[in-house]
Design a protein around this ligand. Structure first.
Ligand SMILES: [Mn+2]
Length: 336
């Protein structure tokens, strides 16, 4: 008989009627794997094969499992990076309030089970919804979803374990061919060097998982705005040329900052935002990626992934780095 983790990897809702012991068994296995091979804050991802990337999913396990299946249908299996925000908001009323009654729970457990099983190829990063004990989000639903499915005492214990494992996921990734991946933004000035990153640094966390581009910035309760110049200075510090992120749904499917920054979302919840669609981006196999328009963008229509164009939005005039930035890989100023 296969383990619950194996069954979950085959079927994201395998645990739906299984009782709390099955979920505890999965979380035991994930915890053991993470103890054996702890995730770094920044993961280096080889570019020897295409890398499929998804954005904010918020419990939309049908879309996420379709994306992971796409990556794993290739031989050899492609790599898969998820940009965070797997939990909360799965209590939405669209498209069908009963279709995903605890979508956050199933999706979080599914991605944890895969990350534990194949960490070289399945890399879920943290979003701001996976760091809610450090910086709270408005209207979290994970505990409520657990309480719909399990007894109240089980639900609280399972919440603590799930959240604890999600907190062990990496904060960012960089590909060998120069793509930086994080949920929301870049670190604040002074924290550009990943060798100095500290797990307990709240300002670093806020920059990476809460921040948004200054272009069409919508103020949140946390995070800060970064402009094209700050992005450029940071990318240079980590030897990258472009960034791929989620978090700001109004930017979904759009390239801004002269092809340096692409935002995607992978959830029905945001299907009508930005350029629309449930999106997945493919980082191609090549020595360097210099422009996000070199990526392939696909949208899930419920049965297949359809290729689509990346829309470029003119933001600000191309800005060459200033001489004082160029002089140092860790600028002392810059960004808004
Ligand atoms: Mn977010």
């Amino acid at each position: 008989m296969s383990s619950w983790a194996e069954r979950l990897r085959d079927n994201p809702i395998a645990l739906a009627d299984a009782g709390s012991a099955a979920l505890h068994e999965v979380l035991d296995e994930v915890g053991t794997a993470f103890d054996h091979r702890p995730w770094p804050l920044l993961v280096r991802v080889p570019a020897d094969r295409p890398i499929q990337v998804i954005g904010d999913s918020h419990g939309d396990w049908p879309a996420v499992s379709a994306a992971l299946s796409f990556a794993r249908a290739a031989s050899p299996h492609q790599r898969f990076v998820a940009l965070g925000d797997y939990v909360d908001r799965a209590t939405r009323s669209q498209p069908d309030p009963s279709s995903l009654p605890a979508g956050s729970v199933w999706l979080a457990a599914y991605l944890l089970a895969w990350a534990a099983h194949d960490p070289e190829r399945v890399i879920p990063l943290r979003g701001n919804h996976e760091t809610t004990r450090q910086i709270p989000v408005p209207g979290p639903t994970l505990l409520r979803e657990l309480r719909r499915t399990y007894s109240p005492s089980d639900a609280l214990a399972l919440w603590e374990r799930l959240v604890g494992l999600l907190e062990r996921l990496p904060l960012a990734a960089r590909t060998e061919n120069g793509v930086f991946l994080a949920h929301g933004g870049i670190p604040p000035v002074g924290r550009y060097d990943p060798a100095q990153w500290d797990r307990d640094d709240l300002a670093l966390l806020e920059g990476l998982v809460w921040s948004d581009p200054a272009f069409e910035y919508e103020a949140r309760d946390a995070g800060f705005a970064y402009d094209a110049r700050a992005l450029e200075a940071f990318l240079r510090a980590v030897d990258c040329r472009v960034m791929l992120k989620g978090h700001a749904p109004n930017h979904s499917g759009r390239a801004i900052y002269q092809g340096r920054l692409l935002t995607i979302h992978t959830s029905d919840l945001f299907a009508a935002w930005g350029e629309g669609g449930v999106l997945m981006a493919e980082i191609p196999v090549r020595d360097r990626v210099d422009d996000v328009r070199e990526l392939a963008l696909r949208a899930w229509d419920g049965s297949i992934w359809k290729q689509r164009a990346i829309r470029t939005v003119m933001t600000e005039a191309p800005d060459e780095p200033r001489e004082d930035d160029r002089a140092s890989p860790l600028p002392a100023s810059g960004g808004s």
